[in-house]
Write a protein that binds this ligand. Structure first.
Ligand code: NAI
Length: 327
């Protein structure tokens, strides 16, 4: 058995929280040998509901679950935290402009970044799930100057998994036969799922599908899947989002397979024309507990404008939060 890991989940009483916490406590986040101390952060009105979830977690008698603490105190929530899953966010409500949404989320992610900076463990790793995830991650990172910027990431693994599944269905293969797929850009409708480096059976995926399927079906299906789930289920994706959060952290800690990569929103070093400092999705490998951007890929002319458009949206979001003094 290894030393225990403290995992903080914000928005613990929400629907993703409910799908996520049991999997963390059962050992799927890190691995089967690592005991977990759970910290659940909620707003005061939702603390009672989070306590109910904590009661259920207790009732599972998970061997790896050492402790659970529910709090509405942001500082306490991140004390000694090794893994922070920032799920709670302010949803867009009717009539809300994008600037209002970014401002409301700044009110959440700025203090959380500050608390992580002041109180988290030296090895803290942060995954932002709450939308707009990339820019929320940027805001938190901007307020944690003592934490290496690379420890702040945003979730595009759900988009990655959706793209894997759609391609597997199209080609009639198993998802495990696909390698090197990548999501570029923002976790939004502008994201770009790239099949030009993806391989199926050792051959490039883009050469095994029609170009028109890619532009008219594959890309919009992946990018608009969240809306399609809401339409069908009457609620937004929760279990699949929780699953992707588990995948993101598990890969971060345990690494990617040799010769393969995954997708994550990570701080840009200027690669592929993505302005430095933006938190954008890239193809990434994980090794020794670090996500690294895959270098040296050729970007073809189908992909280039699509990547650029999504990155431009991130630039615009950064401008907006700069104007609000949030970064
Ligand atoms: P939800 O509304 O069911 O739960 C959110 C929870 O966060 C609520 O319990 C709320 O009380 C809590 N919360 C709000 N402000 C908080 C704060 N300052 N501190 C702590 N907790 C706070 O929402 P759901 O379905 O669980 O989704 C959570 C977020 O994840 C949303 O922003 C959603 O858009 C996003 N999401 C992101 C995905 C991705 O791929 N990156 C996929 C699916 C959802």
């Amino acid at each position: 058995t290894r030393s225990p890991v403290t995992v903080t989940v914000t928005g613990a009483a929400g629907q993703i929280g409910y799908a996520l916490l049991f999997r963390i406590a059962s050992g799927q986040l890190i691995g089967p040998d690592t005991p977990i101390n759970l910290r659940l952060l909620e707003i005061p009105q939702a603390v009672k509901a989070a306590e109910g979830t904590a009661m259920e977690l207790t009732d599972c008698a998970f061997p790896l679950l050492r402790s659970i603490e529910v709090t509405d105190d942001t500082r306490r929530a991140f004390e000694g935290t090794n893994i922070a899953l920032l799920v709670g966010a302010r949803p867009r409500t009717q009539g809300m402009e994008r600037g209002d949404l970014l401002e409301a989320n700044g009110g959440i992610f700025k203090p959380q970044g500050e608390a992580i900076n002041a109180n988290a463990a030296d090895d803290v790793r942060v995954l932002v799930v709450g939308n707009p995830a990339n820019t929320n991650a940027l805001i938190a990172q901007a307020h944690a100057p003592d934490v290496p910027a690379e420890r702040f990431t945003a979730m595009t693994r759900l988009d990655h998994n959706r793209a894997l599944a759609q391609l597997a269905i199209k080609l009639g293969v198993g998802v495990d036969e696909i390698r090197r797929l990548a999501i570029w850009g923002n976790h939004s409708a502008t994201q770009y799922p790239d099949l030009f480096h993806a391989e199926v059976g050792g051959k490039i995926a883009a050469e095994q599908v029609e170009r028109q399927w890619m532009s008219d079906e594959f890309i919009p299906t992946v990018a608009k899947r969240g809306a399609a789930i809401i339409e069908a289920r009457g609620a937004s994706s929760a279990a699949s989002a929780a699953n992707a959060a588990i995948d993101h952290v598990h890969t971060w800690v345990n690494g990617t397979a040799e010769g393969d990569w995954t997708s994550a929103g990570v701080v840009s070093d200027g690669s592929y024309g993505v302005p430095e400092g933006l938190i954008s999705s890239f193809p990434v490998t994980a090794r020794d507990g670090r996500y690294e951007i895959v270098r040296g890929l050729d970007i073809d002319e189908f992909s280039r404008p699509r990547i650029d458009a999504s990155v431009q949206e991130l630039v615009d979001e950064r401008e907006t939060v700069r104007g609000l003094g949030l970064v």
